[in-house]
Design a protein around this ligand. Structure first.
Ligand SMILES: C[S@@+](CC[C@H](N)C(=O)[O-])C[C@H]1O[C@@H](n2cnc3c(N)ncnc32)[C@H](O)[C@@H]1O
Length: 289
């Protein structure tokens, strides 16, 4: 059997099991099994794969059919054109989160700093956001936290792989917990977060890939999906410098409630909302008065 025949057979198997984009999934899993990139795979279409390679592919196809996300099987996800390692310790970074990075960089470019800007990311997961910031702009004083030690371990590995490990301070802890000793110290110019924001009773109806494989702590936003926003919005003013910014990714339809929370808190100027490429409200930004 040639690589092309194996590719066609794997595509049909995935299609028969209702896997979305079966051809793309088959190409990526086959390339991974043969230790090739996609271009390399096309060059090898007429060759004969080894038995061992066919076995590796078969196992991956079965795992994909049983609902494991493609990114975990490939152990990678691209974000901001950076190749990140991902596994079940972390939430898989989504393309729409690049808007948070874009807005963070925009804020930094509009402020004239007489010192190195200091930035805090809460809930860093794979490290996608903070690593993208570290790559794009220097110097920055960067702190990234996560409540999950496992996630933080992988974020540190990713920072090393990208070569920015010396630019980021990784801290384990719950929201602002690690900084409470310095409450009122107003340490940061920008605080940003893509917190868990799914509504707890709705998690059961999510795709199997998400609810059974991604860390629940990365998804569960409490009974109304807003639990983390309440804490972030009420506590951020203690840690933000005057004129500093809070930047939050939000879920579809959460814009007006997050605006209300910010307005009720009272420390921020009128918040603003940025739409993603699908026209959905995705990032809320608010400046401390
Ligand atoms: C939606 S994921 C975002 C991960 C990553 N920043 C991204 O955008 O791909 C939310 C992250 O917040 C972390 N998290 C959840 N609750 C937290 C808390 N109370 N304090 C700190 N981190 C928390 C989770 O472990 C998870 O890594």
């Amino acid at each position: 059997m040639t690589v092309l025949e194996l590719l066609n057979r794997s595509t049909s198997t995935l299609k028969n099991h209702q896997i979305e984009n079966p051809r793309l999934n088959a190409e990526l899993l086959l390339a991974h099994s043969l230790n090739l990139d996609r271009e390399g795979l096309y060059r090898h279409l007429p060759s004969q794969p080894k038995e061992r390679e066919k076995e590796v592919l078969e196992k991956l196809i079965q795992r994909r059919i049983s609902g494991e996300p493609l990114q975990y099987l490939l152990a990678r996800q691209e974000f901001w054109s950076i190749d990140l390692k991902v596994d079940p310790r972390v939430f898989i970074p989504r393309p729409e989160t690049e808007l948070l990075v874009e807005q963070g960089l925009l804020i930094l470019s509009e402020i004239s700093f007489k010192r190195t800007p200091s930035i805090l990311e809460i809930g860093t997961g794979s490290g996608a956001i903070v690593i993208a910031l570290a790559r794009e702009r220097k110097p920055l004083f960067l702190v990234a936290t996560d409540i999950s030690r496992e996630a933080l371990g992988l974020a540190q590995e990713n920072a090393k792989l990208v070569g920015v490990q010396d630019q980021i301070n990784f801290v384990n802890g719950d929201l602002f917990g690690p900084f409470c000793f310095s409450k009122e110290n107003k340490l940061f110019d920008l605080i940003l977060s893509n917190p868990p924001y799914l509504i707890r009773p709705e998690i059961g109806s999510l795709a199997k890939e998400v609810k059974e494989h991604e860390p629940i702590i990365a998804l569960d936003g409490g009974e109304d999906g807003l639990e983390c926003y309440r804490h972030l919005i009420s506590q951020a003013p203690f840690y933000l410098r005057e004129g500093g910014w809070l930047l939050l990714e939000i879920g579809e339809g959460q814009g007006s409630r997050v605006f209300e929370l910010i307005e009720e808190e009272g420390s921020f100027s009128k918040p603003d909302c940025i739409l993603d490429l699908s026209g959905i409200e995705r990032v809320v930004k608010a400046q401390k008065k």
